[in-house]
Ligand binder design. Sequence first.
Ligand code: GDP
Length: 323
Amino acid sequence: MDKKRALITGITGMDGSHLADFLLSKGYIVFGMERRSSQKNRENTKLLEGNSNFTFLNGDLSDQNSILRVLKISKPNEVYNLGAQSFVSESWNTPEQTANITGLGALRVLEAIREYGEDIKYYQASTSEMFGNMKGVANEHTIFNPRSPYGVAKLYGHWITKNYRESYNMFNVSGILFNHESERRGIEFVTRKITDGVARIKHGLQDNIILGNLETSRDWGYAPDYVESMWMMLQQDKPNDYVIATGQTHELRDFLSIAFEKIGISNWEKYILQDKKFMRPADVYYLKGDATKAKHNLDWKPKTSFEEMISIMVDNDIRKLNK
Ligand code: GDP
């Protein structure tokens, strides 16, 4: 049987790179769409370079024809649209660019698939940020109420994915993933900012970590566990949307406490400063997801605990500095 082929947008990001590793381990031929830039950001994709089953292709979510060209070259069976302006804070500085890439980018990939005319399964990276401030636990039926330009743009991507499924009978799924992190997370996200800061404090390179709102809680999972769910969604007989979450919510303070504990510091408060510049015009204070449908239909469940994930991230940041 011919090997399956997958195209991933957002290949240089955390999820894109973990998904590529996963699909290669499943025997796929993988193509990663990458924006041209004079300074390439291939930190997360180092393992992929030199793998004969992996190819980088130049393309841009803001350029319709470039996506069609990438489809024609890669001839994928599955497309994973993970490319986005994904940092919530930044979406207030560049709301239009966020809408263009994070929202309309999804439309352009779907239009390119239609134009290309082959049967392709499509995965859209939806997010718990679409729920905004919620009470209780969110599942696939919970009402959306986004609180950031990023959340609003993602909601467009979510609905257009569903609309194209219903309008054109396309195999489109949205994974509504709650926060997920890993050692490949961008340094501006709070989890990685903390684990990197803790590693620097251990090495005496930094005295404090400067954060924004500490009164926040997230349902944090481990990204490599989460990318598997994306693939599982596309292996089903029928396209469907799924919430992916651990079902456990932790305060940011818990994250700090466990990360500092790793380097033998129990009075972590002494090392934290706050600055208004890291606070948002509107924040989401609490997120918790119910992944019962994914457990039932996909047999998916998270494998890595909150503590294990923090431990992996701190160890990795310490190792990086040792180098
Ligand atoms: P998000 O859930 O996608 O917005 O992920 P982030 O990691 O960017 O933020 C998670 C939560 O941490 C939000 O409620 C932020 O307001 C809060 N937070 C507190 N301090 C910081 C900080 O210095 N940087 C970031 N990125 N978030 C912070």
